[in-house]
Design a protein around this ligand. Structure first.
Ligand SMILES: Nc1ncnc2c1ncn2[C@@H]1O[C@H](COP(=O)(O)OP(=O)(O)OP(=O)(O)O)[C@@H](O)[C@H]1O
Ligand SMILES: [Mg+2]
Length: 226
């Protein structure tokens, strides 16, 4: 089943002499349950693509459909709601709310919609991420690796159609990086969670089912490894 489809995505930043063509015609289909790694040199357009897939930013040209919704057609408010409910976003920095407990940080997307969590799923997530004992702590009482697990728990709580991760281990040591990737794999296998992950690390890319290489805003290789 197709979970993501984009056609002819172009993104141009700025205008005139300052114009930067960040994406130059990206066509991509991702099926439910795939674990895709995106690699490519710095400045090749990886983060730009991820932001467009996550409705954080709009393409200059082209169409993006995620879980059946044409996100290129959403207005700002619709895009914010879509982002909260249908995509999980994880970055190099964890972006937790410092004044809220870990429990509330994880539940935030649901709380914003005044929705009750599925307790069983919540327990399962925090247990598999190894943060069940930290729920009443504040973010600054956790290590970097633990904070990233909380950010991942938050990104998964809505059971998003798509988990998008931009260098999620960029700030972590090797041991923590490996653990985070192993956990993402676990969610991918156990819950058929679709994942698109940007990485600079070849070892991490080799953990994915599929490796896409971007150069100068174009896909230059798309290799299935399953
Ligand atoms: N907000 C912006 N305004 C203008 N140019 C931008 C903006 N964001 C990105 N760019 C440019 O678009 C191109 C692609 O940037 P992008 O951040 O997508 O690269 P990247 O592949 O994620 O690189 P890195 O590996 O360093 O994170 C670069 O030339 C960058 O300078
Ligand atoms: Mg980037």
């Amino acid at each position: 089943m197709e979970i993501l489809k984009c056609e002819g995505i172009k993104k141009v930043y700025g205008s005139g002499a300052n114009q930067v063509k960040a994406l130059d015609g990206i066509d991509l289909v991702v099926d439910k349950g795939e674990f895709v790694a995106i690699i490519g040199a710095s400045g090749s357009g990886k983060s730009t693509l991820l932001h467009i897939l996550g409705s954080v930013d709009k393409p200059t040209e082209g169409k993006v459909v995620v879980g059946g919704t044409d996100i290129s057609a959403l207005d700002k408010t619709q895009a914010a709601i879509f982002r909260r409910r249908k995509v999980g976003l994880v970055y190099q920095f964890y972006n937790l709310i410092p004044t809220l407990t870990i429990r509330k940080n994880i539940l935030m997307p649901l709380l914003l919609d005044k929705k009750k969590p599925n307790q069983e799923f919540f327990d399962q997530i925090v247990k598999s991420l190894g943060i069940a004992g930290k729920l009443e702590s504040l973010p600054n009482q956790l290590s970097g690796g633990q904070q990233q697990r909380v950010a991942i728990a938050r990104s998964l709580i809505y059971r998003p159609a798509l988990l998008l991760a931009d260098e999620p281990t960029g700030n972590l040591d090797q041991k923590n990086s490996k653990e985070i990737i192993d956990m993402l794999k676990l969610f991918n296998r156990n819950f058929e969670q679709t994942i698109v992950l940007i990485t600079h690390d070849e070892k991490i890319a080799l953990e994915a089912d599929r490796i896409i290489t971007i150069e100068d805003g174009c896909i230059i290789s798309d290799e299935s490894r399953r």
